[in-house]
Design a protein around this ligand. Structure first.
Ligand SMILES: CC(C)(COP(=O)(O)OP(=O)(O)OC[C@H]1O[C@@H](n2cnc3c(N)ncnc32)[C@H](O)[C@@H]1OP(=O)(O)O)[C@@H](O)C(=O)NCCC(=O)NCCS
Length: 172
């Protein structure tokens, strides 16, 4: 018998999702990033980006482009997108799928959704920052048609840096 694979369902993150998003980010970061950055840096960056008040602030902001992806009515991941209307470009600011749901098409569905949406609105470019040691994510982005554009080291305070590639893709 052939098993039917559930399709990822994408919709905006809502205020009621904030606890789930916070938990998903914490679990994903602590399972994925050790070996790429230190646990101290993981905790520091989670506090900067995923403290409950910060999640609440982002969701409530008028131009929030934060999408969740669900499989079988459960949130499995999310993507947050920053618009730069003047430059006609989009930045993938956050893209996370829980390790238990990786490889099921959720990440690709979020990226495709954003590319289609912003392409239709006339945006010309989509880009992101990825840690140079995050080889799995780099392979995912290459598969999705992104290319390395620049290498940067970014000071984020408390002695921590982000040692990243900027990757990008043209939108048509
Ligand atoms: C990177 C990430 C968002 C990808 O999401 P995902 O749901 O696991 O990926 P998908 O299942 O949609 O995969 C899409 C395609 O990329 C490929 N791919 C995914 N991970 C890959 C890897 N490590 N190596 C090679 N190819 C990979 C898949 O095989 C798939 O190809 P296919 O369409 O031919 O089947 C997710 O794995 C993740 O959250 N990782 C940890 C956090 C992270 O690094 N986020 C990015 C921060 S910049």
């Amino acid at each position: 018998m052939t098993m039917l694979k559930a399709s990822p369902v994408i919709s905006p993150v809502q205020e009621r999702d904030q606890y789930k998003i916070c938990q998903l980010a914490r679990e994903t970061w602590h399972l994925h990033y050790p070996g790429i950055i230190t646990v101290k840096q993981i905790d520091y960056m989670l506090e900067q980006r995923y403290a409950p008040r910060e999640i609440k602030r982002l969701i409530a902001s008028p131009n929030c482009n934060w999408l969740k992806v669900e499989l079988e009515h459960t949130i499995r991941g999310f993507g947050h997108f920053d618009e730069n209307s003047a430059a006609r470009s989009i930045k993938i600011d956050k893209l996370y799928v829980h390790p238990r749901a990786q490889g099921l098409g959720c990440g690709a569905a979020l990226v495709r959704h954003a590319e289609t949406h912003y392409g239709r609105l006339g945006f010309k470019k989509i880009s992101l920052q990825v840690n140079k040691g995050n080889l799995a994510a780099i392979a995912f982005y290459v598969k999705a048609g992104y290319q390395k554009e620049q290498s940067i080291i970014f000071n984020i305070g408390q002695g921590f840096v982000m040692d990243d590639f900027i990757m990008s893709k043209a939108l048509y």
